[in-house]
Ligand binder design. Structure first.
Ligand SMILES: [Zn+2]
Length: 285
């Protein structure tokens, strides 16, 4: 898919307006949304031109048709209730780490798990409306559930894992940070895994650009003001063979960030930005 930025913006608008009202079901098994059908059929005498027209029309309705995106909505809400299970060490790609953590929360107790979940669901709706197949690393946000562990979250989407023939095209892991209350803003974390650094960094830059274009600010407390950092200690990144970025969308301990992160309007704005970053990244193939 090769799309100009202007066309991408137009397509995003079109596809979202035409999206089905009900959210399609997505579980650990991939589900495919019925993308909006192309309305403008090509007319012409030349068969090749007509075929090209059909292709263009199809991509105009669903620019992510054929793409599989993995969304990782971070920690499960119930993790804190299962300390033995989430503290169990698992492979994190070159090191061993706890299966998972509880995640953070705002000062008023709004959990990171719920924030990440709400953004992920909104993002899933948008990506499916654009024609993508979405795979989620967890299909519910519940106090009764825990995990999955970082090894599963890292590998989900890899070719050969859980019967998947072809690797997913992209993976995004959604988090909220829990830093000192004075710091604010987002930062994107990309991989140090050999052979995957460039693609992960390129996707990371698209995520940063899309967030900034939606008026989110780079982190003031980490990543050297670049809003982008490479890390080699995260199983979600180390074990993924899919171009992957992890994003800390804001600092939940900061009062202003927390207000945005818990509001429906803020969550919508995050999801829009992330959907734009996916289209921007995949549109360059
Ligand atoms: Zn987190």
């Amino acid at each position: 898919m090769r799309l100009s930025p202007a066309l991408v913006v137009a397509l995003l608008g079109t596809a979202l307006v035409a999206a089905p009202a009900q959210a399609p079901q997505t579980t650990l098994v991939a589900s495919t949304a019925a993308g909006p059908s192309a309305s403008a059929a090509a007319e012409g005498h030349d068969a090749t031109a007509a075929a090209e027209g059909r292709d263009a029309a199809r991509s105009a309705g669903a620019p992510l048709q054929g793409a599989t995106i993995v969304i990782d909505p971070g920690h499960q809400l119930g993790n804190a209730r299962f300390p033995r299970k989430i503290n169990r060490p698992v492979s994190a790609g070159g090191l061993r780490k706890a299966c998972n953590t509880t995640g953070t929360a705002t000062a008023a107790g709004y959990p990171e798990a719920t924030f990440a979940w709400r953004v992920a669901v909104r993002l899933r709706t948008r990506l499916e409306a654009l024609g993508a197949t979405v795979v989620m690393t967890r299909d519910r946000n519940s106090r009764r559930l825990w995990g999955p562990c970082v090894d599963v979250r890292g590998k989900l989407g890899n070719a050969g894992y859980r019967g998947r023939e072809r690797a997913a095209d992209l993976k995004i892991s959604i988090h909220g940070d829990g830093a000192a209350a004075s710091g604010h803003g987002f930062h994107v974390i990309t991989t140090k895994r050999r052979g995957a650094v460039k693609r992960s960094a390129r996707f990371g830059r698209e995520v940063r650009a899309a967030l900034e274009s939606r008026k989110f600010r780079r982190s003031t407390y980490t990543a050297g003001g670049r809003g982008l950092v490479r890390r080699g200690d995260l199983g979600t990144l180390n074990l993924s063979r899919v171009p992957t970025a992890m994003v800390e969308l804001g600092n939940m301990r900061n009062r202003r960030d927390a207000r945005t992160m818990r509001s429906a309007a803020g969550q919508r704005r995050y999801a829009k930005a992330l959907a734009n970053s996916v289209v921007a990244y995949l549109g360059r193939y």
